[in-house]
Design a protein around this ligand. Structure first.
Ligand code: GUN
Length: 284
């Protein structure tokens, strides 16, 4: 295979977590203890794995976590009451409600009830608005992690053509605003985009979050592009893959994230960074 750099999210997330661990220890010396409240509704298997990994990361870094495991049939009102209590509790720095929620609960209402100063997921409209106009606030963890990966790999963003495939509120849209903040020229492509191959081929940096296994092949890639794969899927043999056909695409890139071990580990590391950032955000 020709030369390309593997963007090792596992190594970089460990590096970041170790830095955060030191910062948390310093805060502790000053008498500042950080606490994250994690709320899970029901016991969806994938959600339980994510929530457990978040709690483990807290433990590693020295952040306290308190968890609320609510029954699948908990009422929206009860959930909102718990959030309001946590909003008013000075001992709580971050509030995270694991998504998706059961159908009888409005995710929008839940997200909007979280105090924007404790919104460590960065999903509140105030957080999204702050990001879009360059004000201080929490940033959605996956796109925030992608910026961190690019910076720590010394990949230049300024002036580059960036194409993002996918326009979700959690990844595509905040990713656009972050790349814009770094002075890239940004295009968002999505399911209605005509000639996706030609559009994707413009990219110096191609970020893919479409949720279709191995959708992006070498036909979508400009020679030497940087490719970031946000997708995560399991095939029938339980083997993981992303939205990018790695073996086909990698030889045409200058750098690429693998799945697993690329973007995934960064998401939790950035949640931890947001919990640490919460101390500063709550000072104002
Ligand atoms: N479900 C899938 N990803 C996420 C995430 O980043 N945050 C929350 N709260 N729920 C999720």
């Amino acid at each position: 295979m020709p030369d390309f750099e593997l963007i090792d999210g596992k190594r970089i997330s460990k590096e970041l977590k170790d830095e955060l661990k030191e910062k948390v220890a310093k805060y502790k010396e000053e008498g500042i203890n950080i606490t994250l409240a994690v709320i899970q509704v029901g016991n969806d298997k994938a959600s339980s794995i994510y929530v457990n990994n978040k709690k483990k990361a807290c433990e590693y870094i020295g952040i306290n976590s308190v968890s609320y495991e609510l029954e699948e049939n908990v009422s929206e009102e009860e959930l909102l009451e718990i959030i309001k209590k946590l909003n008013n509790d000075d001992n709580i720095n971050g509030i995270l409600v694991q998504l998706p929620l059961p159908k009888h609960i409005s995710e929008d209402k839940v997200i909007e009830t979280i105090d924007p100063k404790k919104d460590v997921d960065g999903f509140h409209p105030m957080s999204v608005g702050a990001l879009s106009i360059g004000k201080k606030g929490f940033i959605s963890c996956t796109p925030y992690g992608i910026i961190e990966l690019l910076k720590r790999m010394n990949i230049e963003i300024d002036g580059k053509e960036c194409v993002i495939v996918g326009r979700s509120n959690i990844v595509g849209k905040p990713m656009e605003m972050l790349m814009l903040r770094e002075n890239a020229t940004v295009t968002i492509a999505h399911s209605h985009t005509k000639n996706l191959k030609e559009v994707a081929k413009r990219a110096d940096i191609l970020i893919v979050a479409i949720g279709k296994p191995k959708f992006i092949t070498s036909e979508y890639i400009k020679e030497g592009a940087v490719v970031i794969d946000v997708g995560i899927h399991r095939n029938e043999n339980n083997k993981m893959c992303g939205d990018v056909d790695f073996l086909d695409v990698a030889p045409h890139t200058s750098a690429i994230t693998p799945v697993p071990g690329g973007v995934g580990p960064m998401t939790i590391a950035m949640l931890m960074k947001n919990c640490v950032n919460a101390v500063e955000i709550q000072k104002d």
